[in-house]
Design a protein around this ligand. Structure first.
Ligand code: PMP
Length: 396
């Protein structure tokens, strides 16, 4: 018999979320998650994936993944520290270090669990973390898990950061102080002010941690936000994910050899959760090689992003202050935003609405993620739909 208390809890809370319009219905994709997708038998231009370079469906990656299944099987068989470390995981980590210009790297099963693992492996209750208020949920959870004092910093406000860094270090209350930030902020597409952050870190001897989930493959000709600013020697943790531009699954930290050695003995998901599959490891490695060999996909991504942004702007949409391919289309009111996204869907464009509490109230937006795999024709079709729905709803 199932618990009555649990049933009541679930039913009441799900009903409440549905009433407030906060219950997220999932749209399953039939087939591959490419530039066009099939949902419920309907073909749509896909503007909602993080598959920035189109690598999730790249034939070159599929080929090495298939070979890895034949040579290594479908599973790693154990956690990394028992005997789940395969030659393919080591190849991946070597390639990641090369890609990021660091002494070493460690890989994890996802970006989310990487943040949970890496932050809590280094920071503890005697430490403090200065965290940008718009940092990703996985950073917030990693900080909480560490039990360090979390000091929220106003978004990209360097005066606030400096003041709080000064107070934290001069208080004498903490052994270590870390500054942690997204490299590219995922809801608005703005870039962290890394040169100033690094300067403040140097002044107060802060540990620097950059989550570059949305910068890798995108900025710095693909190498990421830290490289974009030429700060490879000044950032302690270059964290990233293998699930967005790289197109596969996994997370990583690149940094000094002693940091990586420590993470290998103190990161709980590395110690207690099975390693990514051989196919994942080899596909990620090949993807990074492709990025290092040629900037073609990166250039195509920017060409498409600039094209879509210019088109939306010309139509009269508010696309915020994005400095990257992430292209928000700010609608404002939560209900209007959801209706707008639904109408786009009906007309053949998949662009998800993002509303409070993910973004502040009254700043609801439809977020567009153009990729290198989109054709001009797909983007033109999307723009036509935007024009039609925008006029129909009186937004433009
Ligand atoms: N950090 C940021 C900034 C992200 O946007 C995401 C993905 N939503 C993650 C970490 C987590 O990465 P993954 O999807 O690989 O778990």
């Amino acid at each position: 018999m199932s618990s009555k208390i649990l049933n009541n809890f679930l039913n009441e809370n799900i009903a409440e979320l549905k009433e407030r319009g906060l219950y997220n219905e999932i749209d399953p994709v039939i087939g591959a998650n490419g530039p066009e997708i099939n949902i419920d038998g309907k073909s749509l231009v896909n503007l909602s994936s993080n598959n920035y370079l189109g690598l999730a469906t790249d034939d070159r990656l599929k080929a090495v993944a298939k070979d890895a299944v034949d040579s290594h099987g479908v599973g790693a068989g154990a956690v990394r520290t028992i005997n789940g470390t395969l030659d393919l995981h080591l190849n991946l980590e070597k390639k990641l270090a090369e890609f990021k210009g660091t002494e070493a790297a460690i890989s994890f099963q996802s970006g989310f669990n990487c943040n949970m693992a890496a932050i809590s492996a280094v920071m503890d209750k005697n430490d403090a973390i200065l965290s940008d208020e718009l940092n990703h949920a996985s950073i917030i959870d990693g900080c909480r898990l560490s039990k360090a004092k979390i000091i929220r910093v106003n978004h990209s406000d360097m005066e606030d950061l400096r003041q709080k860094a000064k107070e934290a270090t001069e208080s004498g209350n903490y052994n270590k102080v870390m500054i942690i930030t997204d490299g590219v902020f995922s809801m608005d597409g703005d870039i962290a002010k890394l040169p100033e952050i690094v300067e403040i870190a140097e002044e107060f001897d802060l540990i620097t941690y950059v989550d570059d989930a949305h910068g890798s493959g995108v900025l710095g000709k693909g190498a990421g936000t830290v490289k974009h600013f030429g700060l490879q020697d000044k950032v302690d943790f270059q964290m990233g994910t293998l699930s967005k531009a790289i197109g596969v699954i996994g997370g990583y930290v690149a940094g000094k050899a002693n940091l990586i050695d420590w993470l290998k003995v103190r990161s709980r998901p590395f110690l207690f959760s099975t390693a990514v599959s051989p196919a994942d490891a080899v596909a990620s490695t090949r993807a990074i090689e492709l990025l290092m060999e040629s900037t073609e996909l990166n250039e195509k991504l920017w060409e498409n992003a600039n094209y879509l942004k210019a088109g939306l702007k010309e139509l009269g949409f508010d696309i915020g202050n994005s400095e990257t391919p992430i292209t928000p289309c700010v609608i404002g009111d939560e209900n209007d935003t959801q209706k707008f996204s639904r109408r786009l869907y009906e007309e053949g464009v998949y662009a998800k609405s993002i509303v409070f509490p993910t973004v502040p109230r009254g700043t609801g937006r439809v977020r567009n993620m153009p990729t290198a795999a989109h054709t001009k024709e797909m983007l033109d079709n999307a723009l036509k739909v935007y024009e039609k729905v925008g006029k129909e709803m009186g937004i433009i």
